[in-house]
Design a protein around this ligand. Sequence first.
Ligand SMILES: [Zn+2]
Length: 104
Amino acid sequence: MTHILLHFMVPIAVALCLYRKQWQRAVVIMWLTMLVDLDHLLAVPIYAPMRCSIGFHPLHELWFIAVYVGMLIWKPTRIIGLGLVIHMVLDSLDCYQNVGVWMT
Ligand SMILES: [Zn+2]
């Protein structure tokens, strides 16, 4: 439950720090990046509480994470990249907390 809460709270904190004038817009965009979890629908079972999503689900693979980091460079994709990088960091923290590894 804490993990899901962090997916909502961390983007708010980051938006308030980095996008003061349009923080609500930044929050909505970063929340929309949670759609990256749609790749969980490809897994069987769809939800496994002790499974580490980093390196397991297609959009959570390392080379995709490198793309998300790359999106930080170009201003038009920066907020999306930021949301995705935050998402991957939080998922990786969840992996470490649940199974003791940062990625599968
Ligand atoms: Zn995820």
